[in-house]
Design a protein around this ligand. Structure first.
Ligand code: OOG
Ligand code: MG
Length: 257
């Protein structure tokens, strides 16, 4: 268990790495720390963002599909926090120079319609939704070579960097068998199915209600939840045009400047 002062120092290092778009070494190479420490560092790094005026907009899950677990070598579900500064409008631009080594991945997003304070079952979660959408997430590990341990990536707010939401669809729209394609510059880069996300993205939503209610964190109405990518993530370069298509949910576009 780390001292609070040490957690704050690590949080500052990660926050500055993100802010200056400069990679830093893995924390786990100099320090042993546990999952509780890792989430406390994440919270402290978010406090720094809130101090600069950023607002919490929701939460994301990570490593909810085999494809992601295998790509990154981490096999546990993780969660992180999203802020308004990370939101990019559909069709908008990502500034490559503001990031270290950004990657993009297709996601399913949920818009929460009423507060959630307890663990909900997969059958219950649908009743708390105001919308569902396709999304693109930009992840940008603050660690050199995009390499990390489970604790490292949690402390680094699960590599969260930016997200683009598609148009919200009615909450009863099927999200279980959505075919997902991600094209870069018109060429198919990744293809998958939303069923790769814990068999059903609503299961990811149920999972985060369980995790956050244990942490006494309320998911407020209007918040967004990203269920985790169904496919591996792909590096992006300046000039790239990225397009996610999600059968029944529509498309999401992003260009990299
Ligand atoms: C960690 C973030 C994982 C997902 O959707 O699985 C994630 C990473 O891969 O750097 O966002
Ligand atoms: Mg993701």
């Amino acid at each position: 268990m780390l001292q609070q002062e040490t957690k704050n120092e690590i949080a500052a290092t990660l926050d500055e790495a993100a802010f200056s778009a400069t990679a830093t070494g893995q924390i786990s190479q100099n320090q042993s720390f546990d999952l509780a420490d890792a989430y406390a560092i994440q919270a402290a790094s978010l406090d720094r963002r809130h101090g600069r005026g950023e607002k919490l907009t929701g939460f994301k899950l990570g490593f909810t599909s085999k494809a992601k677990m295998e790509q990154m070598g981490v096999h546990e579900i993780i969660w992180g926090r999203l802020t308004d500064r990370m939101a990019i409008e559909n069709g908008g631009q990502l500034h490559r120079s503001k990031h270290i080594h950004p990657r993009v991945e297709p996601e399913i997003a949920f818009l929460i319609g009423r507060p959630i304070e307890r663990a909900l079952s997969v059958d219950e979660v649908a009743g708390y939704l105001e919308g569902v959408a396709g999304a693109l997430e930009i992840i940008d590990s603050r660690y050199e070579n995009f390499k990390f341990s489970l604790e490292d990536v949690i402390a680094d707010n699960c590599s969260s960097a930016a997200y683009v939401l598609g148009e919200w669809q009615h909450p009863t729209t099927d999200v279980v068998n959505v075919s997902i394609e991600m094209k870069i510059n018109g060429e198919l880069s990744q293809a998958g199915s939303s069923s790769a996300i814990l068999g059903n993205p609503l299961a990811a939503l149920a999972e985060i209600t369980r995790i956050l209610s244990e942490q006494k964190i309320i998911i407020k109405a209007g918040m967004i939840i990203l269920a985790g990518a169904a496919t591996p993530a792909v590096y992006v370069n300046a000039g790239d045009r990225i397009e996610g298509t999600f059968t029944g949910l529509g498309g999401v576009k992003l260009t990299v400047k």
